[in-house]
Write a protein that binds this ligand. Structure first.
Ligand SMILES: [Zn+2]
Length: 554
């Protein structure tokens, strides 16, 4: 039986240029080698399987190589390189601190450090999982680490940097290894596929890389497992089954159904997922990750953050166009809450279903909230202008027309003039006195002019019926004179006599004329008579006088 070497060992990089996804470290180390400025202690931190030990070994090989290349890589041909590759070199010591964490183990190491290298220039000590050392062991190591012999180089490696004592950290040159990008892992897997003569579709390799979570060694282990399971032809369905990954198509289907409020499809999809053996929290977390990817795909500047195969990327971009951002943000919030409550839930399946059904109606709820806001805004906008006219005063009384008739009263003011012009221009007076003028009222205002008594003389100036300018005595005097004239004229028959009397009454306007009913064949002459007649004809007249607060007196 041919000896089988797993891919993680078979394809372990032998030079810095082959290391995947850690260029920021390999370039720094190569430059340090080139300038002969290599530190005596390094600390390599980072997640498992990203190349910490590999880089330490490559560095150990290069510094002992007898004829390094122009790019400062190891020649792979000299005796030192050959012994390194055969794992027979005496210049490299690897210590697993997880099982050798006591003070005695470190003391043995320190004893070894005192012995100079027999062949080659440097002795390299690689201490893996250095965070497992006890605090006494760390303290025993401090002195040697700070001032080692010129031929000794220490490379400490750990996955948990926060557990390393600060006294150790300050004595080392620290290098942080990154998670390997998914594209780099997929690229490496593709190389291995072609090298081993296998077949695999890109979606499968992406799933393997996704499951490995940035660790190349994990990815290679999974790849070996899948290559064996699929007998050399790696297929997506087999990968999904073997790696217990929920197919992304489920999430696309669920999202489409949620946007269409298709509860039945959502329930059926949940059933199918549970029948495949997945738990509700896996579904919720996967859906959250899916929504995050759709959100990332919505913006051109964040599309690069999407780690998926081209095929799946296209689907994300397509769904991002039909899914509103508001829905995605609210859905992520809901899923986060549901994830936190999942452990407390007694019926976990129902909890998952309820969460997904709520998501079905999320979009319409959001739209309802938006339309409600719009209506509120419209309402507030429409009420704002309506208030304005209320605040602004009603049309101000038109300027009183210039007195056409020169009245005997010389001290009349413009407001009073508007009343006195009733004699000649009643319509003008009616306009100024009754803003809400109507044809039916016109004759009333003409024939029943506001006849405020003397008491109204003290009315506000805004009242057009105020007769401020005339004193009571003046008006009475004028009225008496005119009345006398009329009585004299009455002795002679004259058709215009009654109207003249009335007009005179209007002119004086405030004077209470003590005259008996001057009737002519039953026709009304005095304002009181006219008002009676007209109020019978126009019942609104009484209301009108009340509304305008006219104090009619006769
Ligand atoms: Zn060499």
């Amino acid at each position: 039986m041919e000896q089988y070497v797993v891919s993680a060992r078979k394809y372990r990089p032998a030079r810095f240029s082959d290391v995947v996804g850690q260029e920021h470290i390999t370039v720094t180390l190569l430059n340090a080698l080139k300038q002969h400025q290599l530190a005596h202690a390094f600390l390599f931190c980072g997640p498992r399987g990203v190349g910490k030990t590999t880089c330490a070994r490559i560095l150990a090989k290069i510094i002992n190589c007898q004829s390094p290349t122009e790019t400062n890589e190891a020649c792979e041909q000299c005796s030192s390189c050959v012994s390194f590759n055969e794992s027979t070199s005496f210049n490299i010591y690897e210590l697993d601190a997880a099982s050798n964490n006591s003070v005695d183990d470190i003391r043995q190491l320190i004893e070894q450090v005192r012995i100079p290298p027999q062949g080659g220039q440097f002795k390299v000590y690689i201490i893996d999982e250095v965070h497992m050392l006890s605090s006494q062991a760390f303290n025993a190591f401090l002195k040697t680490l700070e001032e080692p012999p010129s031929y000794a180089i220490f490379i400490l490696a750990t996955t948990e940097r926060h557990k390393i004592l600060p006294t150790i950290l300050s004595r080392c040159q620290v290098f942080d290894f990154h998670r390997i990008p998914m594209d780099a892992i997929v690229g490496q897997l593709k190389k291995i596929v072609s090298d081993r003569g296998l077949q695999a579709d890109e979606d499968s390799l992406h799933l393997i890389a996704q499951k490995a979570d940035g660790g190349l060694r994990d990815a290679l282990s999974l790849f070996d497992k899948m290559a064996s399971f699929c007998n050399g032809n790696i297929e997506l369905s087999a990968v999904l089954d073997q790696l217990n990954i929920l197919d992304a198509d489920f999430y696309f289907t669920l999202t489409d159904a949620m946007l269409a409020e298709d509860v039945a499809t959502v329930m059926q999809t949940i059933q199918a997922i549970i029948l495949k053996g997945f738990e509700g929290d896996t579904l919720l977390n996967g859906l959250g990750e899916h929504f995050r990817n759709v959100l990332v795909a919505k913006y051109p500047s964040t599309i690069n953050m999407l780690e998926a195969s081209e095929n799946v990327k296209r689907k994300y971009l397509q769904q991002a166009q039909t899914t509103p951002s508001q829905f995605l943000l609210s859905a992520l919030n809901l899923i986060n809450e549901a994830d936190q409550q999942y452990r407390m839930s007694k019926n976990k399946r129902l909890h998952t279903e309820m969460t997904l059904i709520r998501l079905c109606y999320l979009n319409s709820a959001l739209q309802g909230a938006v339309s409600l806001d719009k209506k509120k805004n419209e309402l507030s906008e429409s009420t704002a202008p309506a208030n304005a006219p209320i605040q602004t005063p009603n049309p101000t009384p038109a300027p009183a027309p210039a007195p056409v008739v020169s009245t005997p009263v010389s001290t009349i003011n413009p407001i009073a003039a508007s009343v006195t012009t009733n004699t000649e221009n009643t319509s003008a007076a009616s306009v100024t006195s009754t803003p809400a003028n109507t044809p039916a009222v016109k004759p009333v205002t003409a024939s029943v002019p506001a006849t405020p008594t003397a008491s109204t003389a003290s009315a506000p100036a805004s009242n057009p019926f105020s007769l401020k300018g005339m004193s009571r005595e003046q008006l009475q005097k004028q009225a008496k004179e005119q009345l006398e004239q009329l009585k004299q004229q009455a002795s002679a028959p004259d058709e215009k006599k009654p109207e003249t009397i009335a007009n005179t009454q209007e002119t004086t306007n405030t004077v209470k004329v003590e005259e008996t009913a001057v009737s002519n064949n039953g026709k009304p002459y005095t304002p009181a008579q006219r008002f009676d007649v007209l109020s019978k004809k126009y019942p609104d007249l009484i209301n009108f006088t009340k509304i305008l607060n006219l104090d009619v007196d006769w």
